[in-house]
Write a protein that binds this ligand. Structure first.
Ligand code: DGT
Ligand code: CA
Ligand code: CA
Length: 575
């Protein structure tokens, strides 16, 4: 493929932007910006000049370094310097830079002041009105950001669960307030707590006279009415999220809720069980011939086929029907079971709030303990801590714990797993801590065996407690890195380590299948928020949803333990 000057300029432009966000030397930034201008106004293709053996450094403003990079781009189509920068910064920043009206200066402020580095985060921040107060921003900028993101949102057709929830909750509250409405329930993939949802499926039970359908299509976020009928309507919201609303009779409510919760595969399996008993099951009820026999509640539908109620998160026809038949359904972990959160940042690194603020917020969320786990020095973009600053924080935590009541702050670190599997801080520092979370933040593209080896080597370190976001994936943005997860889980078992289920809506990492695998191998999972601000403890609910999809019960989850039972479990990992 021919490489044009515009392609080369685009690479240099991106490098300049990322350097600027990183606060790099302004002279370096300017050199790339100049090169962009030179390339744009150069009368002939640089690739053709190279093919003819010409020396690019003859072009005014292009030195040896840039000439080498141009040759590299012409040869390979990309540039290692850019790749390196992209690895150092969150991948979503490029999306922000491409939003009309947002240049590197504004993205830098958003990233450093609000910890915003994805379109979804920016969308939320703008909706919450947190953007217009920033230096260099205003109400108009905030508005144009919102419009630009919403135009862009149409390109992705599935919504992260947490994003869908932002639209679903106010809509459900609105429907509940309509006169004659007796019950409102979210069904579909949303109720099954899938990582992403295609559309929302909502059921209502309402009196015949209720204006629910008229009011639904008049909801102020509705952008387009796809269809409207007495029992079923479909709309598209301004966010591009589609919503299906169905009105059902009270005696059909359980059958409809079961049907529209899905999954389709689960429904088919349940219907087949019914057929075996001479029953017909559909969204109106359970029927023997033409006689209605059940359907007001989900329990009654399951009971008609001889099953106990199965939690929605398990309804994928992945063994839940067999387990229910054998009375071996797990009692799934709940949000209320969580006693603490073992992965929390503060503004000492890239978090937004202070130690004290995070501890108070956690307590308000009903938690009894949190572990402060800042980034380590290697992660310079997150202002990772060196030994001196970590020691200072540890002392600060000791002092804070003397003042706190009803919550305990544990001392930890989210230490970078270096490329060769060593940790970014020495044992002499790590030994002062209550727990050490190891994380991969670089070299995502190692081969399967090398990546697995690297992580196993890290787990061998004396003070290693837990593996953070084990697959490294970012939903929609970054594929998981290639590792042998079974090998890692077995190593964790052997070494007495734990795996994290990171509850950040963009991560939800550990994946459900690996939760199940860890449970089978007897490795405890810690559901952690990875909070960077006080509101982030809300995300624990999504981690719990994911854990439930992974069949985890309370006992399978490390941070359902009281602090007293937790302490020896943490110490157990320390030689
Ligand atoms: P999504 O929206 O793609 O994230 O996934 P769902 O599961 O919400 O799927 P959706 O919205 O197409 O349909 C909602 C539920 O309705 C689905 O989980 C099961 C039920 N359903 C839809 N179509 C069929 C069907 O053809 N047969 C059966 N048995 N159930 C269906
Ligand atoms: Ca759906
Ligand atoms: Ca649907």
């Amino acid at each position: 493929m021919a490489v044009h000057n515009a392609d080369i300029a685009a690479v240099f432009d991106e490098i300049a932007n990322l350097l600027e966000i990183e606060d790099a030397n302004p002279f370096r930034v300017r050199a790339y910006r100049n090169a962009v201008r030179i390339l744009e106004s150069l009368g002939h293709e640089a690739s053709a000049m190279l093919a003819e053996g010409e020396d690019l450094t003859k072009i005014p403003g292009i030195g040896k370094d840039l000439a080498g990079k141009i040759a590299e781009i012409v040869d390979t189509g990309s540039c290692r310097a850019l790749k390196k920068l992209q690895k150092q910064l969150p991948p979503g920043l490029s999306d922000l830079l491409h939003l009309p009206g947002l240049g590197p200066k504004k993205v830098k402020v958003l990233y450093h002041d609000l910890d915003v580095h994805t379109l979804n985060q920016l969308h939320r921040a703008a909706r919450d009105g947190r953007v217009h107060e920033l230096p260099g921003f205003g109400a108009k900028t905030e508005q144009s950001i919102l419009e630009a993101i919403e135009a862009h949102a149409g390109e992705e057709h599935r919504f992260k669960l947490a994003t869908a929830a932002q639209y679903a909750r106010p809509l459900v509250a609105y429907l509940n307030k309509i006169s004659g409405v007796d019950q409102v329930e979210l069904a579909g993939s949303f109720r099954r707590a899938k990582e992403t949802v295609g559309d929302l499926d909502i059921l209502v039970v309402a009196k015949r006279s209720s204006p629910v359908m008229d009011r639904f299509v008049a909801y102020d976020e509705v952008k387009k009415v796809v269809s409207k009928g007495p029992t079923r309507s479909t709309v598209i919201l301004a966010s591009k999220l589609q919503v299906d609303l169905r009105k059902v009779e009270a005696k059909s409510f359980g059958a409809a809720l079961h049907y529209f919760t899905g999954s389709k595969a689960h429904n088919i399996a349940v219907r087949r069980l019914g057929q075996g008993r001479g029953l017909k099951i559909n969204e109106y009820g359970v029927f023997k011939g033409s006689k209605y026999v059940a359907g007001a509640t989900e329990e009654s539908v399951f009971k008609s086929v001889g099953l106990p109620w199965i939690p929605p998160e398990l309804r994928e026809n992945h063994g839940e029907i067999e387990a229910a038949t054998a009375k071996r359904l797990p009692e799934l972990v709940t949000l209320a079971d969580l006693k603490g959160d073992l992965h929390v940042h503060t503004k000492a690194t890239d978090g937004r709030h202070s130690l004290r603020e995070m501890a108070d917020a956690a307590k308000n969320h009903g938690l009894h303990y949190i572990a402060i786990t800042e980034h380590s020095r290697r992660l310079t973009v997150a202002h990772g801590l060196d030994p001196k600053h970590l020691h200072a924080q540890v002392d600060q935590i000791d002092r804070l714990n003397e003042q706190l009541d009803g919550i305990t702050v544990l001392k930890g670190i989210e230490v970078d797993i270096l490329d060769d599997g060593r940790l970014d801080l020495p044992d002499s520092v790590l030994q002062r801590l209550d727990l050490v979370i190891g994380a991969v933040h670089s070299k995502f593209n190692l081969s399967r065996s090398k990546q697995t080896e690297r992580i196993l080597r890290a787990m061998d370190q004396r003070y290693f407690t837990m593996l953070a976001h084990p697959s490294g994936r970012l939903i929609d943005r970054r594929e998981p890195y290639d590792v042998d997860m079974l090998k890692i889980i077995r190593a964790a078992k052997q070494r007495g380590c734990y795996l994290e289920l990171n509850a950040h809506p963009e991560r939800l990492d550990l994946l459900d299948v690996y939760c199940q695998m860890a449970k089978e191998e007897g490795v405890l999972i810690s559901i952690n928020s990875d909070a960077h601000r006080v509101d982030d403890f809300d995300n624990l609910r999504y981690g719990v949803g994911q854990a439930r999809r992974g069949w985890l019960a309370k006992d399978d989850v490390l941070n359902t333990r009281s602090l007293r039972s937790l302490r020896p479990l943490l110490r157990g990992t320390m030689g």
